[in-house]
Each structure stands twice: as structure tokens, then as C-alpha cells.
Design a protein around this ligand. Structure first.
Ligand SMILES: Cc1cc2nc3c(=O)[nH]c(=O)nc-3n(C[C@H](O)[C@H](O)[C@H](O)COP(=O)(O)OP(=O)(O)OC[C@H]3O[C@@H](n4cnc5c(N)ncnc54)[C@H](O)[C@@H]3O)c2cc1C
Length: 323
């Protein structure tokens, strides 16, 4: 095969979080020429996580950075190329090839796997970023069980906050729910379920001003409730004000759901042939590291079949042309 400019990869994976790195381990190990491009740091959201307690195989938990390093080293061991500082801006299918526009050089691939994840919305108040994973949390499934028998504050008043509260209430002794507006927003069923919880107090018209920290531990929040400064105390704060899909680069080319997550079929295939999506960015994902890893692997097995069929069709066409 003639070399092309830009080089043609069998697979370009966009995003080096758990889903992308797990996919790269499988594809590179099977000699599928693989490039992983990442706009920020290798490891994705998992790398930001202080301790991961629910990833199978680590009975005492594992640091997010350590897990990311292990996934990265394993992908490199099998020959995956990983390039950071590459922000993909657009993709388009041209004939049998997918062209990727980046802020740097363009890329070409026979198949693309999108694993760009999602971003938790933050309050943007002092103390929040510094205490992520150490008293400030965004995911009840990930960190809720740590607060068994303790008090919690939940910030948010929409569907996701109410759903997560139904889960948190199994562990926390009491939850104070701080809601920005004068009422809860979202499903009537959830509002009804939440209103029946005995260990929940809902406080409306509340804006968070600051996360309070003492001796490097979260102690609660300072807030403004009905125009008055109030302090709410708890060792854990769940900020549940939304999750944004990292799909800005694909909104003109792929089918997205009503929350901008990428729609795929059961084979992880998007609305463009040869373009797959896995992990947190996929509509219907469960936003967990173990599922992101599993989805990355499953998508790669589908990609392998697609590439095998493509190679078969190319051989067939060549034979027909020379016959
Ligand atoms: C504080 C915190 C704690 C968590 N704790 C847990 C936990 O205990 N257990 C658990 O199972 N899950 C936890 N999670 C969730 C978990 O981190 C995610 O489910 C998981 O990281 C998703 O993996 P992913 O590969 O799909 O996406 P991500 O990890 O989000 O990775 C996506 C990557 O794509 C990159 N990217 C995005 N757009 C582009 C682009 N246009 N071009 C190039 N690169 C791009 C991003 O920079 C990122 O590195 C936690 C999340 C957070 C934030």
C-alpha cells in the first residue's frame, strides 16, 4: 500500500480516558494501526479522581492517576501511539475514509472511535475544585457509599439531583438539598418520591457562595438563602447540577440525543459508517469507569469486524479489476 499524506490509520481514537485507552489496548494488540488523540491529559476524568473504590480487581481501591498510568502503559506496550495536545474539531466521511480536522494537522482513518466523555457542571465557587474527590463529589454511584451514616449536602433541584438523592438516601443519615429556585424542577414522579423521604430537608432560593474547609476537610457550605447568609454543615457535598456531553466537535455530523450525547446502535456504531462511540459520551452509558472500559473494548471488537469486511471487499474489488 502507498504511504499517504496525512498518514492513514486503521483506527483513530478520540479521547484518552478509560474507554479510549482500553480500546487502544485491544486494537494495538491485534496489530490494528492505532492512534489515540487527546486534547488534555491522558486518563480523562478518571485521572482527576482521588480514589476509585468500585473498579473491579483492586480490593483496597486505586488512585485515579495510578489506574490511568497503568492503562496508558498497557496500551503503549502493545504499540498504540498516543498524542496529547490534539483537539479534534470536526469529522467527515469522504468515500471509505474518515477525515478529522484538528487544531493542528488533519488526520485520516478507516475507522474512528469517539471516547470524548462528558464534563460535570461545577458551581465555580472557592474550595470546589481543590476539594474534588475529598468532600466535593459529582457522582452518587461513585462516592455515595463512602458517606454511610453521615450527613450530606446535595446542590441541585432537577431530575439528576432527585435521582441521585434517591440513591444517596440509602447511605446518608440526613441530606440537606439546596435548590437555587423556589421549587424542584423535573419529573412529577421523582418530586413525589423525594417529598416522601424522611431524612431529607429541602431548602429553596439558595445560592452557594463557598465550600467551607477546615484542616483540609470539607465542613459544609456558606450560602445565601432568601437573601440571607447561612452556613450548612456536612462532611460531604454532592454537586448535581448537570453533565455536559463533550460533543461540540460532532454536532454537525452525528446524530445526538436531546442532551447532546452520541446515539449509537447496539454495535456502538454512530450515524456515520465506520465511526463508533463508547464510554461516557454515548447516549445510554452509565458514567462509570468499569462500563467505559467495557464499552471501549466491545466497540473495538465491532471495529475489527468492520475492518475485516473492508479488507475483504478491497481484495474482492482488486481481483475483479484484474480479472
Ligand atoms: C471527581 C470524579 C470522581 C469519579 N469517581 C468515579 C468512581 O469512583 N468510579 C467510577 O466508576 N467512575 C467515577 N467517575 C466517573 C469516571 O471518571 C468516568 O465515568 C470515566 O472517566 C469515563 O471514561 P471515558 O473514557 O468515557 O471519558 P473521560 O474519562 O471523560 O475521557 C474523555 C477524554 O476525551 C478527551 N477529549 C474530549 N474532547 C476531545 C476532543 N475534541 N479532542 C480530543 N480529546 C478530547 C478529554 O480531554 C478526556 O481526556 C468520577 C468522575 C469524576 C469527575
Amino acid at each position: 500500500m502507498q504511504p499517504t499524506d496525512p498518514p492513514l490509520y486503521d483506527l483513530v481514537i478520540i479521547g484518552a480516558g478509560p474507554a479510549g485507552l482500553a480500546a487502544a489496548i485491544y486494537s494495538a494488540r491485534e496489530d490494528i494501526s492505532t492512534l489515540v488523540v487527546e486534547k488534555a491529559v491522558v486518563g480523562g476524568m478518571a485521572a482527576l479522581t482521588e480514589v476509585i473504590d468500585n473498579y473491579p480487581g483492586f480490593e483496597n481501591g486505586i488512585g485515579g492517576l495510578e489506574l490511568s498510568d497503568k492503562l496508558y502503559a498497557q496500551a503503549k506496550r502493545f504499540g498504540a501511539q498516543v498524542k496529547t495536545g490534539i483537539d479534534v474539531q470536526k469529522i467527515a466521511r469522504v468515500g471509505d475514509i474518515v477525515e478529522l480536522t484538528t487544531k493542528k494537522a488533519p488526520l485520516q482513518a478507516r475507522t474512528v472511535l469517539i471516547t470524548t466523555g462528558s464534563t460535570y457542571r461545577q458551581l465555580g465557587v472557592p474550595g470546589e475544585t481543590e476539594m474534588i474527590g475529598r468532600g466535593v463529589h459529582f457522582c452518587a454511584t461513585c462516592d455515595g457509599p463512602v458517606y454511610r451514616g453521615r450527613d450530606l449536602i446535595v446542590v441541585g433541584g432537577g431530575n439528576s439531583a432527585m435521582q441521585e438523592i434517591m440513591f444517596l438516601t440509602k447511605f446518608a443519615s440526613h441530606i440537606t438539598m439546596l435548590v437555587r429556585g423556589p421549587e424542584l424542577k423535573g419529573s412529577a414522579i421523582l418530586r413525589e418520591q423525594v417529598s416522601l423521604l424522611e431524612n431529607l430537608t429541602i431548602v429553596y432560593n439558595t445560592v452557594i457562595d463557598k465550600i467551607n474547609v477546615s484542616d483540609d476537610k470539607v465542613t459544609g457550605v456558606s450560602a445565601t438563602t432568601n437573601n440571607e447568609g447561612v452556613t450548612y454543615e456536612a462532611p460531604g457535598i454532592f454537586v448535581l447540577i448537570g453533565l455536559l456531553a463533550n460533543t461540540g466537535a460532532f454536532k454537525d455530523s452525528l446524530t445526538l440525543d436531546d442532551r447532546d450525547f452520541i446515539v449509537t446502535d447496539a454495535h456502538f456504531l454512530t450515524s456515520i459508517p465506520g465511526v463508533y462511540a463508547a464510554g461516557d459520551v454515548r447516549s445510554g452509558s452509565t458514567w462509570q469507569i468499569a462500563s467505559a472500559v467495557g464499552e471501549g473494548v466491545s466497540a473495538t471488537l465491532e471495529i475489527r469486524t468492520y475492518l475485516d469486511n473492508l479488507a475483504h471487499a478491497e481484495r474482492h474489488a482488486k481481483r475483479a479489476a484484474t480479472a
